[in-house]
Ligand binder design. Structure first.
Ligand SMILES: Cc1cc2nc3c(=O)[nH]c(=O)nc-3n(C[C@H](O)[C@H](O)[C@H](O)COP(=O)(O)O)c2cc1C
Ligand SMILES: CCCCCCC(=O)C(=O)O
Length: 369
């Protein structure tokens, strides 16, 4: 429960300062890799404006009292409503990399989605999370490998490490064309860094790495194979079309994540929040629907939950916190979002997340800021 009373003013500053601090700290090519998008970055730019078209219509005099914002998610009975979305290569941003992110997420009660492209092996990520909390929830994000035995080996690694759920990313049959990376010559990890979970997989040379081959050949059948080979809940990430959400659930998915991959894949898709209501209408009575895309303030969390999301994932802001101040930076970013959400819920007359309803969100001309 969060009591009412004085609170730190950090929400007044917002997350922009973390972005600026990270830009100052980072190598330019690494900054561009994180900040950038695909194609002409039209979707990236549209994403950035997407929450400006939504405003909250608070309810008043509800005598709501102290808030309880915990959510029930697959493998996480009482989680924060903000998750750390899967993002690649944290050691490029800070020497402590995914370990720092894991400790910070666990300390804030947030699910961490680590994954295929982590620069720290999943077992070490879960161990770091356990340094900060006795029972942390870590999920593992998977790119489906065209060779099912490689996917299965990754699943076993995640299970052995103690991950509580898998997240299959479905929006990347090929890698987005990212002009900034091409311009910067950032086409591979620098020496000393590797996607550690890809080490010693079937078919790799001893002690060696396989790359992460995205594939146009993978399909629902491969998702079904994953579901057959694990007892972990499996969520599907990168869903925009309600029919795909239905297909995911029909195949046995335990949740879907509405996301356009931060504008890094197809440069002609809608913003994730604009796709959320249709996906919620399609499947939210059966499984939790999560949103990952451009959540930058507590009121964005409130809008997403009012539109029917069970929780939201945050990508770049976590990386900006990590780059600027390591574990402490990630904690501050997550705490700012959680505190900002709690404050907004209070302002909307809510006690629990479910007190936010779709009728409390209105579309605006886009000048909410
Ligand atoms: C640097 C970077 C790396 C990412 N790597 C992954 C990844 O490995 N797997 C994945 O499913 N999504 C990945 N994403 C997408 C994020 O999970 C998320 O969907 C997207 O960034 C939108 O959230 P944001 O607006 O808060 O950044 C990545 C995003 C960024 C910025
Ligand atoms: C070939 C896949 C490399 C990791 C992809 C990371 C990612 O999803 C991103 O958006 O960047």
């Amino acid at each position: 429960m969060t009591p009412d009373g004085p609170r730190a003013p950090h929400e007044a500053y917002g997350l922009r300062e973390w972005h600026d601090a990270a830009r100052a700290a980072l190598d330019g090519a690494h900054y561009d890799y994180v900040a950038g998008g695909a194609g002409e970055e039209r979707v990236l730019a549209a994403n950035e404006r997407s929450f400006d078209r939504y405003a909250l219509l608070p309810r008043v005099l509800r005598a709501a009292g102290p808030r309880d914002t915990a959510v029930e998610l697959p493998g996480a009975a009482r989680a924060a409503p903000v998750l750390v979305a899967p993002t690649a290569f944290h050691r490029l941003l800070h020497p402590d990399g995914e370990r720092a992110t894991a400790r910070a997420a666990a300390a804030e009660g947030a699910v961490l989605v680590t994954g295929t492209a982590a620069t720290t092996a999943v077992g070490d990520v879960v161990a770091a999370a356990r340094e900060a909390a006795p029972d942390p929830a870590v999920w593992f994000q998977l790119y489906l490998h065209p060779r099912p035995e490689v996917t299965e080996a990754l699943v076993r690694r995640a299970e052995k490490a103690g991950c509580r759920a898998l997240v299959v990313t479905a929006d990347s049959p090929v890698f987005g064309r990212r002009a900034r990376d091409v311009r910067n010559g950032f086409t591979d990890l620098p020496p000393g860094y590797a996607a550690e979970n890809m080490r010693d997989l079937p078919g790799a040379p001893p002690g060696g790495l396989t790359d992460i081959p995205l594939s146009t050949a993978v399909g629902w059948r491969d998702l079904a194979t994953v579901l057959r080979t694990t007892s972990l809940p499996v969520l599907v990430k990168g869903v925009l079309h309600p029919d795909d959400a239905r297909l995911a659930v029909e195949h046995g998915a335990a949740g879907v994540v509405v996301s356009n991959h931060g504008g890094r894949q197809c440069d002609a898709v809608p913003a994730a929040v604009d796709c959320l209501p249709a996906v919620v209408d399609a499947v939210a009575v059966r499984v939790p629907v999560l949103l990952a895309g451009e959540v930058r303030r507590g009121s964005d969390v409130a809008v997403a939950l009012a539109l029917g999301a069970a929780a939201v994932g945050v990508g770049r802001p976590v990386l900006w916190g990590l780059a600027a101040a390591g574990e402490a930076g990630v904690r501050r970013v997550l705490a700012e979002l959680l505190d900002g959400y709690d404050h907004t819920l209070a302002l909307c007359g809510g006690r629990r997340n479910a007190d936010l309803e779709r009728g409390m969100v209105v579309r605006t001309a886009g000048d909410a800021r």
